[in-house]
Design a protein around this ligand. Structure first.
Ligand code: ADP
Ligand code: MG
Length: 587
């Protein structure tokens, strides 16, 4: 992490800009040129004042006035041209960043996209690239202006009267030094903390809003959302700390910058001892006009530093996604011999976790077998299912499909072999047709209809205003959990993969729905290798074999009858389950 503290952000931007990087350079140069042009009218102004004070030929006034007007307008036009260059480059950088990110994201293990990860990735793809775009389009040319302007002003100030110029420089330089202390490395860290605090707060806020129904139905108070509150407190504390750190440097900076004016008055007194000449008055009047510009210019430099810190943070976020290890794909061209699934001594530990979620699990499922995995919550069932489809790669051991290690299968082949229906398989905000068709993009409407029928969705389609063309989640079209579940089953039916993994897929179904969902599953499971993870133990009774997980290990296996007889963990779970739903065994 440490080495990334001072990574070369401009180099990274140039990389993303590709051929457009010259436009960035051009834009910055043109912006600098406009900054110089803007300063020349101040010389004209000095000339005009000087003509007036010295009673010279007043006809020259209009010459200087016109020169000032023309230069100001040209400077403005040139500045616009600069902005155009940087904008074109900025849009290109943003587009390149987003497409690199998206290409990278496609190669990442699916496990990266858990609820937490998805939000972070979405924010990075949207916000961090947008921040980079803004920086290149606006802050880079402004930074060129901000750097050139104080230099130009300095030249002006010294050109007319170096003694007064020198006096004015004292507060300006002290102010600049104060500003530099505010922009140090420590502040970059602070900026990162700021972004993190903001991130935490926004994800906790989402969590909080999601939890409101729970709060209401269980009559709890908002205080049960301690994490949200502590996120807000954390953010508040950060803001206070930050403000306190900046209090003295900022006060000093503002004081110095605004003190320039006072210094001019002092200068006027000092130098008037030698006699008040028209030239002195002229210069003092001139400095009264010009020196506030130094203030403005220096403040701009200060703000450009802040923008740069935001940019560095944004780029780091982008790079942190680009650095996630993609799924290794060996593409050996091996083809699964059959539809069996085998786990050989599989162990898996989540990143940063202290213990293994799955420990030394070995099992073999023959083609066409229907097996169930049961066990207490947290025993590693979902992890096991996710490992088979390479949400993550095993830490130890291997997983074989049809005798081929899943790492040796191209991901398209793996996806062709396996369908999975998870409890929270989500529908996207598109029509039912498109939702189901995701499983097989070239499917005809008739095939989709057939899949929906097999998945027992006919009643759902009938009650929707536009049938399968109804967009879910729009204009009050709402599907219950069980109904959504059946649509996702239709997806799996359409895909027709030979191996099927169902993770607590019936947990959602209300009693009314359950028999339909069950019928849909029976249809889906025909002639397939099925691994079903189930809470409702009523659904596993007829499985060819049941594996019982406990604390990451597979502790028992056998048919329902065998396991009931042996009186182990399964028996205990089953008795508990029967009691909880008052379900009559054998009835
Ligand atoms: P089950 O599906 O049987 O309820 P899981 O496979 O979801 O169990 O979880 C097994 C263990 O792994 C649990 O201890 C859980 O806390 C942990 N776990 C699950 N998902 C993650 C994750 N994304 N990161 C870290 N630990 C996780
Ligand atoms: Mg689970």
């Amino acid at each position: 992490m440490g080495k990334k503290m001072d990574f070369d952000h401009m180099k990274l931007i140039r990389q993303y800009a590709g051929g457009h990087r010259h436009l960035i350079t051009l834009g910055r140069c043109i912006a600098a040129l406009s900054a110089i042009l803007v300063l020349i009218p101040y010389y004209d102004l000095w000339k005009i004042i000087s003509i007036a004070v010295n009673g010279e030929d007043t006809s020259r006034i209009s010459h200087y006035a016109w020169q000032a007007v023309i230069l100001t307008v040209s400077a403005l036009l040139i500045y616009i041209a600069a902005l155009m260059c940087t904008h074109i480059a900025a849009f290109r950088v943003q587009a390149n960043m987003r497409s690199s990110l998206m290409r990278r994201i496609l190669t990442l293990p699916l496990g990266v996209f858990d609820e937490d990860g998805t939000g972070k990735i979405r924010r990075t793809v949207n916000d961090s690239t947008a921040a980079t775009e803004t920086f290149i389009a606006h802050q880079l040319p402004d930074k060129a202006v901000a750097t050139i302007t104080p230099i130009g002003l300095l030249v002006l100030v010294f050109a007319f009267d170096w003694k007064i110029g020198l006096l004015c420089m004292i507060p300006a330089l002290i102010g600049f030094a104060c500003m530099m202390t505010m922009m140090g490395k420590g502040m970059q860290e602070k900026m990162k903390e700021y972004q993190n605090a903001l991130d935490t707060m926004s994800s906790e806020a989402t969590e909080y809003v999601r939890g409101i129904p729970v709060v209401k139905t269980f009559g709890q108070t908002v205080h049960s959302f301690k994490r949200f509150k502590s996120a807000i407190d954390g953010f508040g504390k950060w803001t206070t700390d930050y403000t306190l750190i900046l209090r003295w440097p900022m006060t000093a900076f503002m004081t110095c910058i605004n003190a320039i004016f006072a210094f001019i008055v002092i200068a006027a007194f000092l130098f008037s001892k030698d006699g008040v000449t028209a030239g002195l008055i002229l210069n003092i009047m001139y400095y009264i006009i010009v020196t506030p510009l130094i203030t403005v210019a220096l403040t701009k430099v200060a703000y450009s530093g802040e923008a740069e810190m935001t940019l560095i943070d944004a780029l780091r976020r982008v790079e942190s996604i680009m650095e996630i290890e993609p799924l290794e794909n060996r593409n050996t061209g091996k083809v699964p011999a059959d539809h069996s699934v085998e786990l050989r001594d599989v162990t898996y530990r989540y990143k940063d976790a202290l213990r293994d979620a799955v420990k030394h699990v070995s099992l073999r499922i023959e083609p066409g077998e229907h097996v169930a995995i049961v066990g207490p919550s947290g025993s590693g069932k979902t992890t096991l299912a996710e490992l088979i489809v390479r949400f993550f790669d095993v830490s130890e051991g291997e997983i074989l499909i049809g005798g081929v290690n899943v790492k040796d299968l191209p991901s398209e082949e793996l996806m062709r072999q396996v369908s999975f229906v998870f409890q929270d398989s989500r529908l996207i905000k598109k029509s039912i047709l498109e939702n189901v068709r995701m499983a097989k993009p070239d499917a005809t409407e008739a095939e989709v209809m057939d899949a929906l029928k097999k998945a027992q969705c006919t009643d759902i389609i009938e009650k929707l205003p536009n049938g399968i063309h109804t967009v879910i989640g729009e204009k009050g079209t709402y599907l219950s959990g069980g109904e959504q579940q059946r649509i996702t089953i239709a997806r799996a039916v359409l895909k027709d993969a030979p191996i099927l993994i169902l993770d607590e897929a019936t947990a959602f179904a209300d009693p009314d729905n359950e028999s339909r969902v069950q019928a849909a599953f029976d249809e889906l499971s025909k002639d397939k290798t099925v691994i079903m993870i189930a809470h409702r133990l009523s659904t596993v009774v007829h499985a060819d074999r049941i594996y019982v997980c406990d604390d990451g290990q597979c502790v028992e296996s056998g048919t329902h009858d065998e396991l009931m007889q042996s009186g182990g963990l399964y028996r205990k779970l089953f008795d508990e389950y029967s009691r909880s739903i008052n379900w009559k065994v054998g009835a």
